[in-house]
Design a protein around this ligand. Sequence first.
Ligand SMILES: O=C(O)CCC(=O)C(=O)O
Length: 260
Amino acid sequence: MHVLTGEEVDFFQEHGYLKLRAVYSPSEVEELSHELERLMVEWAEETPGWRGPWREAYMTADESAKARLSAMHELQNYSSAYLRAVVNERLTGAIADLIGPNVELHHTTLHAKAPDMGTPFPMHQDYPFYEHQGPAYVDAIAHIDAATEENGCLKFLGGSHRAGPLEHIRGEHSSPHLPTERYRLEDAVSVPADAGDVVLFSYLTVHGSAPNRTNRWRRLVRFGYRDPDNVQTTGQGLGRDGIMVRGQKQNHERVVRDGL
Ligand SMILES: O=C(O)CCC(=O)C(=O)O
């Protein structure tokens, strides 16, 4: 049973991203939103956001000094509403249509851009943050608030995933990002979304987002899903088992050794 149409799968394969509308009902969004208010007070960290010279290309010095991001990981460990969100049948079915029948949750991460200057994100792939051996990795961004041009919606360079992993600027004082003059936010396709929508993208698709210049929070939660046979080599969550949200994770070594 497929969740995505053939056209949706083709769109994802060509462009590297896909929006799923109304994955969560209004009452589910209300619960997720309410829970997030609690998680942000009790568990999240407020920081200036990602570091690096790219900030000068995206913000004035005053804006950069003011910009704030509230973030935390593994929300499903702190709230059963988020545990239910990551196992949502339509969402995990869509992921299975893109990477195969076996789907493992790798991580979840909150990005809440603060009102009156919420930190932007430079153009980047998610790959350098959690490198794996193959392409079978999809990030799903659950929109807890509507995301617009004004509050910093996601923006993608369509088709960029097909180039494979790219060399990122990294350093002690710099989060991995792509050169700002070559990878421009202005050249990317905006994908505004309503609360309850989920935007899927390959961890190889180049993306970023502008500052939140409104007077309200812009809250998104990223769920990272992989084929359990896609072995991680470095980065966030390395060596940690995730819950299987579809299908099975096999112990190939033992299957071969014991002829199972
Ligand atoms: O929250 C955003 O605006 C950007 C999100 C992003 O770049 C990511 O999740 O990799």
